[in-house]
Design a protein around this ligand. Structure first.
Ligand code: LLP
Length: 427
């Protein structure tokens, strides 16, 4: 995990730099990301899956050019799901053949760009898209490697908005009623497409491996049906991302090597039973790699005790830099990081500066009773889906991402400025 320590005055140090210095130099709020931690998590996934599998980092969790370079150096591939993510990946030198392109509604322009760039795979999400991609590939005179995303019908135990394997939602093609088999049948007939495999992503922030096991079982069942009907053994399966991380001490995440072992065993076993050649496995972790590597550093503003209820601690950011609490009821922890304190802990709610009472960063937390304006507090595990889902609500400027390593800090995504905002306003 992050290389965090405290000095004698209780000041938190990360990657060899203390947070007071970071706040002075880069301002607050800021996402502080530990480069070594990112690299070692990426490497752990890579090593766990070995040479017979591929790890695609899910760029939606957090993507920047520095991140793309780190991934490239650590031997990971990249999953993108929009033209913007694709452009970032290509501009930072990720080889196109190591990019997978996702999305339930890729535009024609996005598909064309991806095919022209030569992406290693496009994950097809609907019957219409099968035809659309085949058509574009033919026009461009190529055979595009594709996977077909299926919904296996398992209930992943996570928040409804981030569960994706039940059938009543927008992603993928249901296995049920032979729809996925029909999709494969059609795709195999189109000469613009080379069908390389089946894709399943069951959801996000999942701790229980059983959903993945059921998914693997059902995907292998489909591979077997395809073999029986067409005499083709598809060479790859992708089991998506979704592995949970610890937001608070209640969460107990699985390690990459446990996940790799479990997934590889189940796929191998199922394939042996079905007398299939074991396909090459790939996975797409996003949160599990980047989530724990960053915290958000805030400065405390107003401290408002409400008798008999709790103390509201306002910070200089909020739902614009972390929408997850408002959107998913997510749990976070928080601590005072600019000094030590022996004061009695008080029940607090950490809130932002936005004009909305749901603008909550940390719902329930204990912070020292002498907390005061100017103190720095940190909310850990904000590396995933915070900067990437940040907004300009209330024309608040999106915070920078500051990468720390070996006592050095550098901005990898700079803070937005008022000029940035006004540049877009051309009315
Ligand atoms: N692969 C596919 C096809 C996905 O849709 C996703 C996430 C991932 C991989 C990566 O999942 P991860 O390993 O990061 O859980 N905004 C939500 C999460 C949405 C995830 C969407 N898809 C959140 O903040 O919890």
């Amino acid at each position: 995990s992050q290389t965090v320590t405290r000095d004698d005055d209780g000041v938190l140090t990360v990657g060899g730099i203390d947070v007071k210095r970071l706040a002075e130099e880069y301002g607050t709020p800021a996402y502080v990301l530990d480069e070594d931690d990112f690299r070692s998590r990426a490497r752990a996934w890579r090593t766990a899956f070995g040479e017979d599998a591929d790890v695609f980092y899910a760029g939606k969790a957090f993507l920047s050019r520095a991140v793309v370079r780190w991934l490239n150096e650590e031997g990971l591939n990249l999953d993108v799901c929009s033209g913007g993510e694709l452009a970032t990946a290509l501009s930072a030198g990720m080889p196109a053949e190591r990019i997978a392109f996702h999305g339930n509604n890729k535009s024609v322009a996005e598909i064309r760009r991806a095919v022209e760039a030569g992406v290693g795979r496009i994950v097809l999400d609907s019957f219409q898209e099968i035809v659309r991609v085949a058509h574009i590939a033919r026009e461009l005179g190529v055979r595009q490697r594709v996977q077909i995303r299926v919904t296996v019908g398992v209930e992943a135990h996570t928040h409804e908005f981030i569960a994706t394997a039940h059938e009543d939602q927008k992603f993928g093609i249901p296995l049920a009623g032979g729809q996925a088999a029909e999709a494969v049948r059609r795709a195999l007939q189109l000469d613009g497409l080379e069908v390389i495999g089946i894709h399943s992503h069951i959801g996000s922030q999942i701790f229980d491996m059983s959903g993945f096991e059921v998914a693997a079982h059902r995907v292998v069942g489909l591979l077997k049906d395809i073999r029986d009907e067409h005499g083709v053994e598809l060479p790859e399966i992708d089991l998506g991302g979704g592995l949970g991380i610890a937001y608070t001490s209640d969460d107990d995440p699985r390690e990459p090597h446990e996940i790799a072992k479990a997934l590889t065993e189940i796929v191998t076993r199922e394939c042996e039973a079905a007398k299939l050649r074991t396909p090459r496995i790939s996975v797409e972790p996003g949160r599990a790699i980047v989530g724990p590597t960053a915290f958000t550093l805030y400065e405390v503003g107003t401290v408002k005790p409400l008798d008999g209820l709790r103390t509201y601690v306002s910070v200089d950011g909020g739902m614009s830099d972390n929408i997850r609490t408002a959107l998913y009821d997510a749990e976070y922890s928080v601590s005072l990081v600019s000094r030590s304190s022996d004061a009695e802990p008080m029940l607090t709610r950490v809130v932002g500066k936005h004009c909305e009472s749901g603008d909550i960063v940390v719902k329930d937390a204990f912070l020292p009773g002498d907390l005061a304006p100017g103190d720095l507090i940190a909310v850990p595990a904000t590396g995933a889906y915070c900067r990437s889902m940040a907004s300009n609500y209330n024309h608040v400027l999106r915070p920078p991402v500051v990468a720390v390593k070996d006592g050095q800090a550098r901005v990898i995504v700079r803070r937005e400025t008022e000029e940035d905002l006004l540049r877009l306003d051309v009315g």
